[in-house]
Design a protein. Sequence first.
Length: 138
Amino acid sequence: MTLDARQRLIVVLAAVIEDDGRRLLVARRPEGTHLAGYWEFPGGKCEPGESHEDCLRRELREELGADADIGDELLVTEHAYPDRRIRLHFRRCRLLDRPRPLVGQQLRWIARHELHTLEFPPADRELIALLREAGHDG
C-alpha cells in the first residue's frame, strides 16, 4: 500500500519513563499490532479532542495499569510509514504505580547505553540518539 499525501496525520504520544535516571521502561509490541515485535516507549494514539496529557495518562492506565505525572516534551518528530503518517510526541513521565503488562506486551527496564541493542521503529531513531547522548553526560 502506498502513502496517500492526503492521508490523515495520526498524533501519537509516548512516555519516556526513567526509574533511577539511568534505566528506561520500554515495551515490545505484541503480535497482531502495527510494528509487532519492535520495542517502543509506552503510549498510543491521541483521540480527537483529547489533550496530550489526557491521552498519555489514558494510554499508560490501559497499557501499564499505572497513573503518571506527565512532564516536559522531549522531542516531536514525524514519520511516514508505508501505510500511515504519524506525528510522535515524546514526553518525560513519572509513574505513580508499578507498571504491569496489561495488553500482552513484554516490559523491560534498560540502561540508556543499551538502547542500541533493541530494535525500535524508525520513528524512534532520533529519540534513541538523544537519550544515548544524554546518557554520556554523567
